[in-house]
Ligand binder design. Structure first.
Ligand SMILES: [Zn+2]
Ligand SMILES: [Zn+2]
Length: 129
């Protein structure tokens, strides 16, 4: 069979003209972009890395393909924006004295949270030990 001598096997076989045309195209553009389905590393949702985007990435010289879906990319952009300004503060209750306070991290039930006054006391006590 002639077929086996072709390196690339187009889906349509048996029409000489069309075959040659496809072969020529493949040789001219060695990278044929196709829509690809990727998994978002943040929310695990599937998203499409379109042929157009792949072409754009290649033109820009980006070596890495996107790892996050459009929604997560957007929210990350927003997060970065807010971090340059004020830090996000979380409401918490001081483990020591029960006063309402704010901490720059998400309070966890298994970790003690201290108001600034108690923190100084606790930290001071630790330092002396
Ligand atoms: Zn996502
Ligand atoms: Zn306190």
């Amino acid at each position: 069979m002639l077929e086996s001598s072709y390196r690339l096997r187009p889906s349509v076989i048996g029409r000489g003209q069309f075959l040659r045309f496809q072969m020529a195209e493949f040789e001219e553009y060695p990278v044929a972009y196709q829509d690809r389905t990727l998994i978002c590393r943040d929310c695990s949702a599937e998203f499409i890395f379109t042929a157009g985007e792949q072409d754009f990435y290649a033109q820009k010289g980006f070596e890495h393909e996107p790892t996050r879906c459009a929604a997560c990319r957007q929210s990350r952009k927003r997060d970065r924006g807010s971090q340059t300004g004020e830090r996000t503060m979380y409401d918490a209750v001081c483990t020591q004295c029960g006063a309402a306070t704010q901490v720059p991290f998400s309070p966890r039930p298994d970790k003690p949270v201290y108001c600034p006054d108690c923190y100084r006391t606790v930290a001071g006590r630790r330092a002396r030990v």
